[in-house]
Design a protein around this ligand. Structure first.
Ligand code: GLC
Length: 471
């Protein structure tokens, strides 16, 4: 089967979050299963772009409202990622350093989607299925079916994968002219609450819709940032497929970012060496339990609770633990967390950045990973942590609830709590400190976690089964 993934992000070309990891891994595993999966994304101006060789495979042009754009499709030459990676360059619009966050993001991603369809119209390989990801690409199912230019493509089945339903790409009706001439009888498919809502439109027009964990799909039926009724109405085509993690990238045995490689057999010594190195870098005492938080510092991840939780935890257990934070996001949260850097020197530190290498070293060297997320469609960090023997301390929500079982339960291995609140975080940190003091139990938990299989093999097949159901 030939599959075309369309996404705003793909690791290692460009990453803002877990979406990139998924789009960088899923096609690779689909290819291993004997299919031909490819990825097309915007040509962001990233390091990967400059470090690799590309060939031009297509040039075209289109109008979008009053604008006229020329675009180029380039392809990475060496199949370095184990799948074909195509990038679309629209001069001045897509070739920027950041993936999102510009005032003209609506224009940028609408133009990207039109360029994808223009290219597809003229491409000799017609995919058997198109898999679009999140709202940045969710107008494609509508355009394929109802824009006159693409009528000849209208029988290609489309799956929409939702990694995050909080962001929906809302745009005013004045932007409706951006879409290439479309069947105006169908305006209701674009409409939600007096705006064009690309995510809602994708849910209505795609043949199948899946979220990145079964638990998250159930939650969306109750609360979906205004789209609950739609999810319920479209229930018949909705399902959840749990993400896997890329075992070739996230493997403590082969990871080149970490100081000492280890396996299930020698994890005690291996983790200790990595911990010593990490603690040395930050001036921490390696004998104390080390908590980490890695991720975007935004409300969804409940990062706003961290400053108060940390202050109160140090008040309660002074000199009893270390805490290291890596992430970036909301400037006010960043500021509060940075202020704490000078308060408990030798016990606490935070780095406000995205740093792939340091994140690997943190998973390898830490004892506990805190994820108090308010919303977590799947969450990959808890799975990375488990693979490296680091105990996840998570709120029971979405994919976290699907992947972590409290160590108090039979065969459990993590620490779970119910509410995104400072109280619940503190309670869980107490339980973590207790677990840390029981070395035998802690090691049992570590071993159990490291043996769990969260690899992509199984999930990649589930995607294939989903596509097969709409052929
Ligand atoms: C988004 C979600 C995260 C998920 C990731 C990959 O970043 O917030 O929970 O793991 O997408 O699907």
């Amino acid at each position: 089967m030939e599959i075309l993934h369309v996404s705003a992000e793909c690791y290692p070309m460009a990453k803002a979050g877990g979406l990139a990891d998924v789009v960088g891994a899923l096609p690779k595993y689909q290819n291993k299963l004997g299919h031909v999966a490819k990825v097309v994304m915007p040509m962001h101006r990233t390091r990967f772009l400059y470090d690799n060789e590309w060939e031009t495979v297509h040039k075209g042009s289109f109008s979008m409202g009053q604008f006229f754009y020329e675009f180029t499709v380039i392809k990475e030459k060496t199949n370095k990622l184990d799948f074909d990676l195509y990038c679309i360059d629209i001069n001045g619009l897509l070739d920027r350093e950041k993936i999102y966050g510009y005032d003209d993001d609506t224009e940028r991603f609408t133009a990207f989607q039109i360029a994808v369809l223009e290219w597809l119209s003229r491409w000799e390989h017609r995919p058997d299925v198109v898999n679009v990801h999140d709202h940045h690409t969710a107008l494609i199912p509508f355009m394929l079916r109802f824009c006159y230019n693409y009528h000849h493509l209208s029988n290609i089945p489309v799956t929409l994968t939702i990694h995050n339903a909080q962001y929906q790409g809302w745009m005013g009706w004045d932007k409706g002219v951006y879409l290439p001439a479309w069947d105006s009888w169908r305006w209701g498919l674009l409409e939600w609450d007096n705006t064009i809502n690309p995510l809602a439109c994708g849910i209505k027009c795609a043949d199948k819709v899946n979220t990145v964990s079964p638990g998250y799909m159930e939650e969306l039926m109750q609360e979906a940032n205004g789209l609950e009724a739609l999810f319920n109405y479209e229930r018949g085509k909705c399902s959840g497929i749990l993400n896997g993690i890329d075992y070739s990238v996230w493997n403590p045995k082969t990871d080149t970012y970490i100081l000492d490689n280890f396996t299930e057999k020698d994890y005690e010594a291996g983790k200790l060496l990595n911990k010593k190195q990490l603690c040395k870098e930050f001036g921490f005492d390696f004998k104390l339990p080390l908590f980490i938080f890695i991720g975007r510092l935004v409300g969804e991840k409940a990062a706003d609770l961290l400053p108060e939780a940390i202050i109160r935890a140090y008040a309660e257990h002074r000199d009893k633990f270390s805490f290291l934070i890596l992430g970036s996001g909301d400037p006010s949260v960043e500021h509060e967390l940075m202020l704490l850097n000078n308060r408990w020197i030798g016990y606490y530190n935070s780095r406000m950045e995205y740093n792939e290498k340091l994140s690997h070293q943190m998973y390898a060297g830490a004892d506990f990973l805190l994820m108090p997320s308010r919303v977590e469609p799947c969450g990959l960090n808890q799975m990375y942590a488990m693979r490296y023997g680091t105990v996840p301390v998570v709120r029971r929500t979405g994919g976290l609830a699907d992947t972590v079982k409290d160590y108090g339960e039979q065969n459990g291995y993590g620490i779970c709590f119910n509410n995104a609140s400072v109280e619940d975080i503190l309670h869980s940190m107490r339980r973590a400190l207790e677990l840390y003091s029981e070395t035998k139990k802690l090691n049992e938990v570590r071993l159990t976690m490291m043996q769990i299989k969260n690899s992509w093999e199984v999930s990649a097949q589930k995607y294939i089964d989903l596509y097969s159901s709409i052929q």
